[in-house]
Design a protein around this ligand. Structure first.
Ligand SMILES: Cc1cc2nc3c(=O)[nH]c(=O)nc-3n(C[C@H](O)[C@H](O)[C@H](O)COP(=O)(O)OP(=O)(O)OC[C@H]3O[C@@H](n4cnc5c(N)ncnc54)[C@H](O)[C@@H]3O)c2cc1C
Length: 383
């Protein structure tokens, strides 16, 4: 079961698949994850293949692609590895969309051509050790210096790909909340080599190739022109960025789910017990059949929401529904695949285990499943 895509999108999907199958076979992905090897050449290849240009408007040298295009690409990346998929999402999508939503002309001219060339990878630093779901509770502060610059102090984390990013979009409270916790937060474009910025690697069982860090900001000084969007409006601007982020996360989860089921089906055909392939046992085949159907439903929901975003603009409820549904489907698929693999699946570096941990990670990033359900419940008038 497929979604309806244009000839160009089908072409993009085929190109990405052919590249990944050739350059990122499962053994290479396993080594990247085991040895924490950052996939520098993957990002260069994305630029060379024109994929970093997709989210950038044509006026800045990009391809002016839409959210469906991004989902097509990210779903394929997710089938191979969420380190690669998330590097693409954070490196290009966050930066391009944030600049489109609230960047100044000068900021767009400075950064967007560098996104296209692959020279500016972004990281998005919203979360903090004490402020995850409740992002407005952040402790990071931006204060005016006597010279008219901003001084930023705080700890952001966990942040995907931060230590290798060239630019970090950093949220900090710049004024008291004045009655609404959502006001008073500002966004800054921090060049990662600004004095006072340092990184401490976090240890997660998956996404080890991408690297996830805490970003420590200790007296970091930036000029006014580093502010992204109006002062105090950062929460509202990030909320507008969340649709594409959640849809990309959901597309990535569909890719992880499909890869888990494909892996389990292949294993169930070759692994024999009681004199026959285990896939002949209904108890093994039916859960995989069920997941196959669920993945088709998740894919349709994700692409329908992405189409809506492209045609009609912001769609926070549809994006939340797509993310939470795709994440649930991915968790079930990965868990069923793991069970199919038996003890071989349970080994810490088995591809079954990697898929399971990747599905778990998808559920946390971009707002947890509970937070997505809160958004949907709010829409239903229940909160
Ligand atoms: C691998 C990884 C990469 C990440 N990358 C980034 C990144 O690049 N940039 C970034 O800014 N952040 C990133 N994050 C952080 C991520 O966004 C947060 O982990 C997420 O928002 C949850 O915050 P928390 O972990 O502090 O959990 P908490 O907010 O402490 O929540 C703990 C549990 O309580 C539940 N909960 C909390 N509040 C509510 C509520 N109101 N209703 C119902 N349930 C609730 C949550 O759903 C969760 O199950 C990353 C996280 C991970 C794991």
């Amino acid at each position: 079961m497929d979604v309806y895509l244009t000839a160009e999108q089908l072409q993009l999907r085929a190109e990405v698949r052919a590249y990944l199958d050739e350059v990122w076979p499962p053994e290479r992905v396993a080594t990247m994850e085991r040895d924490e090897i950052y996939p520098d050449d993957f990002y260069r290849d994305c630029a060379r293949n024109g994929w970093t240009a997709i989210a950038v408007p044509t006026a800045f040298g990009g391809r002016g692609g839409n959210v469906v295009d991004l989902c097509v690409l990210v779903e394929e990346l997710g089938k191979t590895s969420i380190s690669l998929a998330t590097l693409y999402i954070t490196g290009t999508i966050f930066g391009s969309h944030a600049l489109e939503i609230c960047g100044s002309d000068a900021q767009r001219s400075r950064y967007l051509p560098a996104v296209v060339s692959g020279d500016a990878r972004f990281a998005l630093a919203m979360s903090e050790p004490g402020a995850g779901s409740d992002f407005a509770a952040m402790a990071s502060r931006a204060t005016r210096t006597s010279g008219g610059a901003w001084r930023i102090d705080g700890v952001k984390g966990p942040i995907c790909g931060a230590e290798r990013a060239e630019v970090i979009i950093c949220a900090a409270r710049s004024s008291a909340d004045a009655g609404s916790r959502r006001r008073g937060i500002s966004l800054f474009l921090l060049d990662a080599d600004t004095p006072g910025v340092r990184f401490e690697r976090r240890r997660f069982p998956a996404m080890r190739g991408l690297m996830v860090d805490d970003v420590i900001l200790d007296g970091v000084e930036v000029d006014d022109d580093a502010m992204l969007g109006a002062e105090g409006e950062g929460w509202m601007n990030l909320a507008r960025l969340m649709d594409p982020e959640r849809l990309a996360n959901a597309a990535q989860a569909v890719g992880v789910a499909q890869a888990a089921v494909d892996l389990a089906v292949a294993y169930a055909k070759r692994r024999e017990q009681y004199g026959q392939p285990i896939g002949r046992f209904q108890a093994v085949s039916h859960p995989l059949a069920e997941s196959h159907a669920e993945i088709a439903a998740a894919r349709l929901l994700v692409y329908a929401a992405a189409h809506k975003r492209d045609l009609e603009g912001p769609c926070p409820v549809e994006a939340s529904m797509a993310k939470t549904f795709a994440n649930n489907v991915a968790m079930r698929a990965a868990e069923r695949a793991l069970q199919t693999g038996g003890a071989a699946g349970y080994e810490s570096e088995s591809p079954f285990m990697r898929r399971f941990l990747e599905a778990r990670g998808c559920e946390l990033g971009g707002g947890t499943s509970q937070i997505q359900r809160n958004i949907i419940a709010h829409h239903l008038g229940l909160r």
